[in-house]
Design a binder for this molecule. Structure first.
Ligand SMILES: [Mn+2]
Length: 424
């Protein structure tokens, strides 16, 4: 499926007059529209290979057809997203679902689509066909040394694949934990896990980062061995300067103040990357910004403030990734909506009058502080994001072009109605 540039241009021409009116209006209302458009154009969000197929739940999976059947088709799908929004210029792979049998070929395909390889993800939360030992009772935490060894070796293999492709980071998410009181010696589980992570860390190339992702619960329901940001921070601190905490928006207990977590991790120089999604109850993997857009905005406010305080480049300083895979929408439409929600929250955070906010905080003017934040949040910044896409050759309305071009129907025609992408 090749979405041609002329499809995008024809659509843009129809929408151009209305867009220009909206862009002229917002440019007159805010101090630095050009600066924000430039920052949006630089900002890229990595798409995970496992988000391109319909996600399942433990109750079932309802594939939508035309899903990518291999790594080549996953790269093609992300290339398509990137042509539409010019903000999806990276792919995050998962091993063993995406083992590149011919890395040079895969690298060339990605380069054709103007994609780079973001973080590599290891998997010790499932048993693979032919695997010698089971992870049923954990991987790096396991009381069995041979199982811990197998999990370490797998991560080393993931690093090797990443090096071949030009990736520069490894994300380790462990499902390790326990389902019942008494099942686990917490201290021993932590120490085993730390030793395993240390062996993996020692194999990182010098320019690589390791992201230690945490999750409060699921699939384990009594304890998780990397359960919250404090535990992740503890591992990352003990590992060394190449190790960082990764925040996944869906991996907290209800009502956690994620914006505060982000602020403190940035303060300590230990925030490495982000997994965007949204949720109502837990790790729901819903479209970014679909449930709690204000929370997303507040998180971006802390990200912008913290990155600026430490001189971190917004576009390249942290790993920006989507991690979502749910069961009802067309995955490509979902990803277009998710990237758009990220861009809007980022633009709104850039709009916040920092000087006025600092003054309000210093003067204990609580009402003014709220007004300043909500003024930015209530500004319609869609024309800024659209302008950034337009200048980069993307679509004013990515979802509109996707639908008008009948992309899904075409993918089903090419790949079949009963395809299954590897993933959850
Ligand atoms: Mn995640």
């Amino acid at each position: 499926m090749q979405l041609e540039q002329h499809n995008i241009q024809a659509h843009n021409e129809q929408a151009l007059a209305a867009h220009q009116r909206a862009f002229a209006y917002i440019s007159g209302e805010i101090p630095d529209a050009e600066g924000i458009v430039a920052r949006l154009a630089d900002f890229q969000v990595a798409i995970p290979s496992w988000a391109l197929g319909t996600g399942g739940t433990r109750f079932g999976r309802f594939p939508g057809g035309g899903e990518p059947r291999n790594l080549e088709e996953k790269i093609a799908d992300i290339g398509l997203l990137h042509r539409l929004n010019r903000s999806s210029g990276a792919i995050s792979l998962h091993i063993p679902w995406d083992i590149p049998s011919n890395p040079a070929h895969i690298k060339a395909l990605a380069a054709q689509q103007e994609l780079r390889f973001d973080a590599m993800n290891s998997n010790t939360f499932q048993d693979q066909p032919g695997q010698a030992l089971s992870y049923k009772f954990g991987s790096l935490q396991n009381t069995d040394k041979a199982i811990r060894r197998q999990a370490v070796e797998h991560n080393l293999e993931v690093i090797r694949h990443g090096v071949e492709l030009g990736s520069e980071s490894l994300t380790v998410w462990l499902s390790d934990g326990s389902c019942f009181p008494g099942q686990l010696n917490f201290r021993q589980a932590f120490e085993n896990t730390l030793r395993g992570l240390q062996e993996i860390y020692a194999a990182l190339p010098a320019h690589w980062k390791m992201f230690v992702e945490y999750k409060a619960f699921e699939p384990n329901f009594y304890s998780t061995t990397v359960g919250d940001w404090g535990q992740s921070y503890l591992y990352a601190s003990k590992l060394g300067p190449q190790a960082y905490t990764l925040v996944d928006l869906g991996h907290h207990l209800p009502n956690a103040n994620i914006e505060q977590i982000v602020a403190l991790l940035l303060m300590e120089g230990k925030l490495g990357g982000f997994h965007f999604n949204d949720s109502k109850y837990g790790d729901d993997d819903l479209t970014v910004g679909s449930i709690k857009p204000y929370q997303l905005f507040l998180i971006f406010c802390e990200l912008v403030e913290g990155m600026d305080a430490r001189g971190i480049d917004h576009a390249t300083g942290l790993g920006w990734m989507i991690d979502a895979s749910h069961n009802v929408k067309d995955p490509l439409e979902d990803l277009l909506q998710s990237v758009e929600a990220i861009m809007l929250a980022y633009a709104q955070a850039l709009l916040v009058d920092r000087k006025a906010l600092t003054a309000a905080q210093a003067g204990h003017d609580v009402a003014a502080a709220q007004e300043i934040l909500q003024k930015a949040f209530r500004t319609d910044v869609r024309a800024l994001a659209a302008e950034a896409r337009l200048r980069a050759g993307g679509a004013l309305n990515p979802l509109g072009v996707y639908r008008a071009a009948n992309v899904r129907a075409e993918l089903i025609r090419e790949r079949g109605a009963k395809t299954f992408a590897t993933g959850l």
